[in-house]
Design a protein around this ligand. Structure first.
Ligand code: ATP
Length: 290
């Protein structure tokens, strides 16, 4: 079985507050993109992972793919194995949900390959216990995501948007960025999510460029100033707008058309090897799943 684990971008990320348990209450607009890791899964006696690419990704027990597979096996009470081969393309610690996408793909893939027939509710509970972006990655498409990632609302998803994604520096740890957010003297402004929803529904990149925004950017930029420089550079090369995704450190440039995106990507790749030309994608899996 071969699967693509698609990365996600955040069109909008608002922080609504900090809960008593330390988690932050979020309101986000997330969409899957074509950029993804490829996974090949074959039935085997043992559970093993062979990793290609992703130099900073743990290949052993720390990998989310193996953690997800083990948790699924325990939850289903089975002892099957699988030989998993993964080609890592999504940059790491980028806010593109790479590890979450891999874990989501493995949960769905092994549920089918091992004939577990585990239902969506149980799979989603398992996904949630492994990481807050995994429930979104299990369904993908365009969704408003609230709470700590568990409340998913499917939105109509039209023609693809053309993107250049750049990771101009080392990755960022999500907990470190939230700690920096909590320490900010002034609460950053949240983006206008309703305006972004309307722009997405109209498939209007210019209106989306006006509405997109990320409340975590003022927390991440002091740690990795290259994020601000990459956003400026993408806009200089023709992006309608460039904004950090998730907690960074990748920046997403939104373009009016494929030609503009291609031109900017050619300039960016000369500056930053981790520059990707990609497009948004709609449904990965069935919409009634969420
Ligand atoms: P998110 O947007 O969901 O917060 P991210 O894109 O910022 O995630 P990831 O690339 O998923 O971050 O990596 C976060 C950490 O998880 C890294 O330190 C990495 O070593 C570890 N990790 C474990 N398994 C994986 C995997 N399969 N792919 C990527 N990173 C993994």
């Amino acid at each position: 079985m071969r699967l693509i684990a698609h990365a996600k971008v955040n069109w909008a990320l608002s922080v609504l507050g900090r809960r008593d348990d330390g988690y932050h209450e979020l309101d986000m607009l997330m969409q899957s993109v074509e950029l993804g890791d490829s996974l090949e899964i074959r039935l085997a006696e043992e559970l093993t992972l062979t990793l290609h690419g992703g130099p900073r990704v743990p290949s052993g027990d720390g990998n989310l793919v193996l953690r997800a597979a083990r948790r699924l096996r325990e939850a289903a009470g089975v002892a099957q194995g699988a030989r998993i081969t993964m080609k890592k393309r999504i940059p790491v610690g980028a806010g593109l949900g790479g590890g979450s996408a891999d874990a989501a793909a493995i949960l769905l893939g092994l549920n089918a390959l091992w004939n577990l027939h585990m239902g969506w509710q149980d799979l989603r509970a398992l996904a949630r216990s492994l990481g807050s972006d995994i429930p979104f990655c299990m369904v993908g498409g365009l969704r408003r995501v609230r709470g700590t990632g568990e409340q998913l609302e499917a939105l109509p998803c039209g023609a693809p948007f053309h993107l250049v994604i750049v990771q101009p520096c080392a990755g960022l740890s999500t907990p470190k960025v939230f700690a920096a957010y909590d320490a900010l003297a002034v609460r950053p402004r949240n983006p206008d999510i309703e305006a972004a929803v309307a722009a997405l529904a109209q498939g209007d990149p210019a209106a989306l460029a006006q509405a997109m925004g990320n409340a975590l950017t003022p927390a991440s930029v002091p740690i990795r100033p290259q994020i601000a420089m990459a956003a400026q550079t993408l806009e200089h090369f023709g992006a309608l707008r460039a904004e950090m995704t998730g907690s960074g450190s990748a920046v997403v440039g939104l373009f009016a058309n494929a030609q503009d995106a291609d031109f900017a990507w050619r300039q960016c790749i000369a500056l930053w090897p981790k520059s990707y030309l990609t497009r948004t994608t709609c449904l990965l899996y069935t919409s009634d799943a969420a």
